[in-house]
Design a protein around this ligand. Structure first.
Ligand SMILES: [Zn+2]
Length: 388
């Protein structure tokens, strides 16, 4: 492989990809059109799977004899916002400093997509005994929503890969499990009153405070009972993230909502925290609220959930990533990815990609050139294994 030519192509591609502001709230269609044109000009056809509103799309492309199986290389095109972050250089202009490439998404995970695209000529130059599939999704950062419609088409009009490498930043380590995420919103409905006569009202903020106190106790209980040393921390966690309630200091507030998150071990019952919270509300809180206001209450609804990922024993995907990286052990992470969804869709998955998760989502996000070179070598070795 002409190493220097490929790393130059990767940098050029990464500069293009970073130039598209694909914050999850924005359309990713310009980026997808660029990828589609790039593939098209190299003789690779692709299929787009649009979102319901047509503002976004995933892309699926197959290189090689597309009869069965093959290896999927999967990345998400969206990034987290830059608002409120202090960047040294423009986040949407790829900037090289000291062997590092700075820009939003460089690490999470346009660097991986750039490596895959730069390797297309290499894939094309070989007669592959099984195909390579390029998968680019959207809305990963907002509950892994975008990849789901594409997964529904696997085994129908899109080939189901026999193994999928999800190129999230792992510093090219091999990740075979991660926790599950569930996001909930709890709404407390009380009763408004003048603050000089608080006993006439039901203070929704005070009730929310009791519920949040209970959530902390639930979290402590879980921390004392669960223990899976493969994860850090070795138990499921519960955390409140957003609270909103009240209108003025002299009004007893009628409503208060808060949003909270559970990150569960793959083996833990994910619905345990919301059930425990409801039980507390029904026995300890709602009866006393209803003494003052009949329609007072507490309601919790699930907002998004991303399944845990546990690679199957003797997973093809894990074995492949270990062989390609030379790793002699696997690791786990506490962030969630699309890997659990691939696994559910019948595609053995593994997480392995360039860049350090510590730089993802942060100001001055970067991926080092050394990491990209490691990923290019990984893809080169993959090609070697797939050569007919
Ligand atoms: Zn990511």
């Amino acid at each position: 492989m002409a190493e220097s030519a490929t790393i130059k192509a990767t940098k050029d591609l990464l500069a293009k990809l970073v130039g598209f502001d694909t914050t999850s709230a924005m359309s990713n269609l310009d980026l997808i059109a660029f990828v589609q044109n790039y593939l098209d000009s190299r003789g690779v056809a692709s299929t787009l799977v649009p979102s319901e509103d047509g503002q976004k799309a995933s892309l699926y492309a197959t290189i090689g004899d597309g009869k069965s199986g093959g290896i999927g290389l999967s990345g998400h095109s969206d990034c987290v916002p830059v608002e409120g972050q202090n960047w040294t250089s423009d986040p949407f202009t790829l900037t090289e400093r000291d062997g590092k490439l700075y820009g939003r998404g460089t690490c999470d995970m346009k660097g991986f997509i750039a490596c895959v695209l730069a390797s297309v000529p290499l894939f094309k130059a070989q007669k592959l005994k099984e195909p390579v599939h390029i998968i680019v999704s959207y809305d990963e950062e907002v509950g892994c929503a975008g990849v789901r419609p594409l997964l529904e088409r696997l085994g129908r009009d899109l080939l189901r890969p026999r193994a999928v490498i999800v190129g999230e930043p792992t510093s090219m380590g091999v990740i075979d499990a991660h926790k599950r995420i569930d996001v909930y919103r709890t709404t407390v409905t009380g009763k408004e009153a003048h603050s000089s006569l608080p006993a006439l009202g039901v203070n929704a903020i005070s009730c929310a405070a009791e519920l949040i106190g209970e959530l902390d106790r639930i979290a402590e209980r879980i921390a004392m009972t669960e223990n899976d040393q493969r994860f850090e921390p070795p138990y499921s966690t519960v955390s409140v993230g957003v609270i909103d309630g009240g209108t003025a200091p002299n009004i007893v507030p009628k409503t208060c909502t808060f949003r909270w998150q559970v990150r569960s071990l793959p083996s833990a019952p994910a619905d345990e925290p919301p059930r425990a919270l409801s039980a507390f509300a029904e026995t300890a809180l709602v009866p006393k609220m209803r003494k003052v206001a009949k329609d007072a209450g507490v309601e919790t609804e699930g907002q998004t959930s991303v399944p845990a990922f546990t690679a199957a024993a003797q997973s093809d995907a894990v074995a492949l990533a270990m062989a390609l990286t030379g790793a002699n052990r696997t690791r786990t992470v506490s962030y969630a990815t699309e890997a659990g969804l691939f696994e559910q869709a019948g595609c053995p998955a593994v997480i392995c990609g360039p860049g350090d998760i510590a730089q993802a989502h942060a100001a001055d996000e970067f991926v080092s050139i050394a990491q990209l070179e490691g990923c290019l070598k990984f893809l080169d070795d993959l090609t070697g294994r797939l050569r007919a």
